[in-house]
Design a protein around this ligand. Structure first.
Ligand code: YOG
Length: 134
């Protein structure tokens, strides 16, 4: 039985979100709004099936996937670039590779103590987010 990510999680730190957004080509005005946000994640994990709802006062984003099954991701409301995404386990880490126009795009989730960690990668930028249980 792998790690249990189920729950509602609130953002408590957000390192280099600006660099990540710039690598994604997000415009200045949108970045100024986005960096003030404290998004919440609701994760539902049922065997190999996951849904991750990221919500904020500005935009929401929903992702549903099955481990090991590639799917098309639209990134709607984010950078709106389509990519092919694949999520797999690497020990207790959940790793997503987002293949498309942007090099080295993807993310990793893991638990550390009571905290949920998320690393967001795009090109040469890494954003590190930490969430606590709501
Ligand atoms: O999470 O992919 O948990 O999907 C990344 C924002 C900001 C909109 C958020 C809205 C990238 C304006 C999703 C923030 C910046 C800036 C709340 C991260 C793009 C646009 C939705 C993500 C994965 C892993 C699941």
């Amino acid at each position: 039985m792998p790690v249990d990510f189920n729950g509602t999680w609130n953002l408590v730190s957000n390192d280099n979100f600006e660099g990540y957004m710039t690598a994604l080509g997000i415009d200045f005005a949108t970045r100024k709004i986005a960096k003030m946000l404290k998004p919440q994640k609701v994760i539902k994990q049922d065997g190999d099936l996951f849904s991750i709802h990221t919500t904020s006062t500005f935009r929401d984003y929903t992702l549903q996937f099955k481990i090991g099954e590639e799917f098309e991701e639209d990134n709607k409301g984010l950078d709106n670039r389509k990519c092919k995404s694949l999520v797999t386990w690497d020990d207790d880490k959940l790793i997503c590779v987002q293949t498309g126009e942007k090099k080295n795009r993807g993310w990793t989730h893991w638990l550390e103590g009571d905290d949920l960690h998320l690393e967001l990668r795009c090109e040469n930028q890494v954003c590190k987010q930490v969430f606590k249980r709501a």
